[in-house]
Design a protein around this ligand. Sequence first.
Ligand code: SAM
Ligand code: SF4
Length: 324
Amino acid sequence: MTLQDNFGRRFSYLRLSVTDVCNFRCNYCLPDGYQCSEKEQPLTLEEIHQVATLFARNGTRKIRITGGEPSVRRDLPDIIRTVANIPGIEEVALTTNGWKLPQFLPEWIDAGLTQLNVSIDSLDPRQFAAITGHDRLQDLLQGLALAKSLSFDRIKVNAVLMKEHNGDQLPRFLEWLRTTPVTLRFIELMQTGDNGGFFDRNHISGESIRTDLLNDGWEPVLRKAHDGPAQEFWHPDYAGRIGLIMPYSKDFCSSCNRLRISSLGKLHLCLFGEQGYDLRPYLQAGSLTQAENFLIECLTDKKATHFLHEGKSGATAHFAQIGG
Ligand code: SAM
Ligand code: SF4
């Protein structure tokens, strides 16, 4: 049985955060860098195994490992291998800022990685450094070249659109896509607890991009039954595809197909929701049946939509906390 909510949405996709630590300082996420505080440790490998088993038993087929920056965990290859070996899990994806891609990609693939999302908010090295706090664009591009040389082609590139910081980059991204066979997903900047003023100055609606793409001959990719909220487009003259993630668009939540677990083992029903439902006591007690009952009960609380349009971004201060 696949997990289902009161609105008939089914959840076969889990975003699993394995740390909230990050080594970048993206201006929209952690502008002052990661702030270390005395607190609980992230999920252990054993707890990750239990979470993934719990969800797999309830119909999850794809798990995305995220963070913070997941590659700051030395045991990331073990995490990937653990998740990939759980019966029922067909896809193990990773979202990363890419800083360790050239060093570790072969190991991650060997461990069972099937899909990779790399965040590249600008193709201009100086702009990239200004956004992330690190002059690492060349490393990331080298990582993508390595992926190509290893014939690993399940790659998506995420770019958050920001009026004042990369609003001029669309033509450059498009030019890049002519010859680069990746899916480039433009993500609308989302408001979180910490980035209110930044959001007001920088939010760009994906709708105008969508209109321009359609006018320029880009075609919507046919959607399959359980596709998530991203809209994808292809063009015969381009090697790459474009995806648009527009959380402020009408009906965005109706295709929600994902649940989230934070690095501390809290279930989040929505990126913009509550403080989270604590699964960890059940994991630590080793009781998967109790965890399962708790999970199914929590799911009845999932709301039809987020409340972003009312300016309510929920309890999430920044996405490094919950994995985006
Ligand atoms: N550190 C990894 C990375 O940056 O890819 C994984 C975690 S990050 C929180 C996951 C995704 O969320 C990234 O693509 C990032 O650009 C995106 N993100 C973070 N804050 C955001 C915001 N306020 N609005 C839109 N996307 C955001
Ligand atoms: Fe770190 Fe990712 Fe947030 Fe950037 S978006 S600060 S890389 S967690």
